[in-house]
Every structure is written in C-alpha cells, then in structure tokens.
Ligand binder design. Structure first.
Ligand code: GLN
Length: 201
C-alpha cells in the first residue's frame, strides 16, 4: 500500500516510520506530482495555520482536496485533523480546511495548563486495551455529523462541560486529536491501513 505523507511541516518522519513498520510504503508529498498513484494520504501534526499556507503556496491545496473528494482514504493527526475538518473554530484569518470529514473542530482547545499531556484512551474498534494518547496543543471535535462515528472521547474538558470527541472516523477518513505516531503503539495506524485495504477490495 502506497501511503503519501504530507511533508510540508510537522512530524512527517514519525508517520513514515510507523507506516513502514506496518509494511506500507510511505511516500513524502511536497508537490502535486507526488500525489500520483497513492492509495492513501496521511496529514501529520504541526501547525494547521502554517500547513494551510504551505498547502496553498506549494499548489497542493486544490489537488489534495480533489483527491479527497474522489474518495482518497486519509488519516489526519492533530493539525492534520484540523485540515481535514469541515469547520474550524479559532481559525486564523485565511486558514482553510478540506472538508473531508463532517466534523467541527476547535483549535487549541485545552487550557494552558494542559497544553500537552498524555493519557490512556479507550478507542472503539481498537482491540488490545487503552491507547497511550499524546496530546500537544490539541484541538477537540465539537460537532460530529450524522455520517461520522466517534471512536474516542475525553470526559468534560474545560470550557465544554461535556465529553468531547478526540478520535472520529467517517468511512476511510480517520482523524485523531492526539499523535499516535509519537507513542510507539502501531494500532491506530494499523486501523487506518485496514480501512484502506478493505476499501480497495
Ligand atoms: N495547535 C496546532 C494547530 O492548531 C496543532 C498542534 C499539533 O498538531 N500538535 O494547528
């Protein structure tokens, strides 16, 4: 399985390494030409405002959006989740997202004290017990559309007063507010690759 990793900024290496460990073939994507022949695309963490600008300046924004519209499977982590969302709260002026999954996200949703933290998270569809989830200035999912499925939530987060979703799937599009590529646990990437393979059959 040839999996593109958007390589404009952020934790590209870690995603590529995790995908390779699972037997997939990672390809770094920097130009529209790099999209040719991909079976799936990973959008890593980083800074969604910067990534949005770099997507525009590299000429990748429209081709990536088009590929997603045509059904390219995608996995977005943290800033990558923001890029795939249909609505973004607390976005910077001019920041764009792809609308590949019907969710509304809020950037930097955890207060200063909890800008970064790690916790053990139960994920539906993920056998093998809780997942070590690393959150870094993470967004949360505030709205989940009818076609999307919540895989994991955190209990009441400051300012929300109710559980918020931090992992969501809609068909072959998977997003997490945390960074599975930083935990050394391969299971979320495996879940994504299984979805890619199922869709290709
Ligand atoms: N706070 C970042 C943003 O809004 C995301 C952080 C991350 O990807 N670790 O884009």
């Amino acid at each position: 399985v040839k999996v593109g990793v958007l390589a404009l900024q952020g934790d590209v290496e870690e995603h590529a390494k995790t995908l390779a460990e699972l037997g997939a073939h990672p390809v770094e994507v920097r130009t529209p030409e790099d999209l040719a022949g991909l079976d799936a695309l990973v959008l890593p963490g980083g800074e969604s405002t910067t990534l949005s600008l770099l997507l525009e300046s590299s000429g990748l924004f429209e081709p990536v959006r088009q590929a997603l519209r045509e059904g390219m499977p995608a996995f977005g982590t943290c800033a990558g989740m923001i890029l795939l969302a249909s609505e973004v709260s607390d976005a910077k002026a001019g920041q764009r997202s792809m609308g590949a999954i019907d969710i509304g996200v809020r950037r930097n949703a955890f207060g200063r004290q909890r800008e970064s933290f790690e916790c053990q998270l139960e994920l539906r569809q993920l056998p093998g017990g809780p997942f070590p989830a690393v959150f870094i200035r993470a967004p949360v999912v505030e709205r989940v559309g009818p076609g999307a499925e919540v895989l994991a939530e955190l209990p009441a987060v400051a300012g929300h007063g109710r559980p918020v979703a931090v992992a969501v799937r809609q068909g072959q599009v998977l997003v997490t507010a945390f960074h599975p590529e930083l935990s050394g646990d391969l299971r979320v990437h495996q879940l994504f690759l299984s979805a890619v393979e199922e869709g290709g059959r």
